[in-house]
Design a binder for this molecule. Structure first.
Ligand code: UDP
Ligand code: MG
Length: 319
């Protein structure tokens, strides 16, 4: 079954946070490509590109407004403050889900190969509702980013989380998939984990990830770690279970310990000995307890945030 044979109405959603340096180039390349696709009737003439300004502190919004004035191809949504990449993305996807047959999300920094958009459209026409852009290799990423990413994917695997490896947020979602996504109300948003849960027909398309065209990464280490934590704690309760298991094993071991201590005391009479092992076990158990509390706290914290049902984003202006 194919989605339809008439040209699809395509929307491209791009979250931007302080991207003034690279936005003009991104706009130029996308305009060229979209014009070409419209000319060859791959996509309809009402297709559009929408920038989401995630509370930038530089000239990003002024630029977006200018692009929009110059060409009807462009839309802009300005969030009232910085809500973070994932929230900016969901803001765009949710605001525009009824205005296109499918939406492609991508970053503003031209790291994702724009030429792949044509392949996304072909896959959509073949009947796929979810198309993942997957990096062929990460040779252009810093060693550090590559290493941490691999570690993270492996850890996710162990935790039983189903995610597409080497896929960032470069993907196409059909209107059907977007409507399904609208039912996921979670606050600690990790779209890469949610999209596979939607189901529908999906496929991967491959590309080489480039270096950032201009500006610097908006994901410093701290944000990256928090994001990774969301990626695990929002999808798996394995860490909790793991701690329960450790606790159980320690408990069993301590039973043997008690038997041994009693035996030592009653029958051998040399109980003062063993101070060092006692100290070690106090530290050991203490450490584990604090760690366990921390992990429990993570989940309690998430429940707390979720229970408030705060909006994930607030729109200040739309053009
Ligand atoms: N971004 C955003 N809000 C933020 C951080 C990032 O909208 O708080 C956007 C950013 O402008 C870019 C995309 O999210 O378009 C991905 O960020 P970046 O390229 O800095 O991440 P990296 O590729 O280094 O992981
Ligand atoms: Mg980037």
């Amino acid at each position: 079954m194919t989605n339809q044979q008439t040209p699809m109405k395509l929307g491209i959603v791009i979250p931007c946070y302080n991207e003034e340096e690279g936005l003009s180039e991104t706009t130029k390349r996308l305009t060229t490509l979209i014009d070409k696709l419209i000319a060859q009737k791959s996509i309809s003439a009402e297709s559009f590109i929408c920038y989401i300004d995630d509370g930038s502190k530089d000239k990003t919004w002024e630029l977006i407004a200018q692009f929009q004035k110059e060409s009807s191809l462009f839309k802009g949504i300005k969030l009232s403050r910085n809500f973070g990449h994932q929230n900016a993305l969901i803001a765009g996807l949710m605001q525009l889900k009824d205005e296109a047959d499918g939406l492609i999300s991508m970053d503003a920094d031209l790291q994702d190969d724009v030429e792949l958009i044509e392949t996304f459209v072909e896959k959509y026409q073949e009947g796929y509702d979810v198309v993942y852009g997957v990096r062929d290799d990460r040779s252009k990423d810093t060693k550090f980013k590559r290493g941490t990413a691999n570690f993270f994917y492996n850890f996710q695997n162990i935790m039983g989380i189903e995610a597409v490896q080497n896929h960032a947020d470069y993907r196409l979602l059909s209107q059907k998939a977007l409507h399904a996504l609208a039912n996921f109300k979670e606050i600690n948003l990790f779209l890469r984990g949610i999209v596979p849960m939607l189901g529908f027909r999906s496929c991967n398309v491959y590309y080489q990830r480039e270096e950032r065209f201009a500006g610097e990464t908006k994901y410093p280490l701290k944000k990256m770690l928090l994001f990774a934590l969301d990626g695990i704690a929002s999808f798996s309760i394995m860490p909790l279970r793991f701690i329960t298991m450790i606790g159980f094993i320690l408990f069993m071991l301590s039973l043997f310990g008690i038997v041994w201590v009693v035996f030592e005391k009653l029958f051998l009479g040399n109980a003062v000995q063993g101070w060092s092992s006692m100290m070690i076990s106090i530290y050991f158990i203490g450490g584990i307890q604090v760690m366990a509390l921390g992990v429990i706290g993570e989940y309690v914290g998430r429940t707390f945030q979720q229970s408030k049902k705060r909006p994930r984003y607030i729109i200040e202006q739309e053009i």
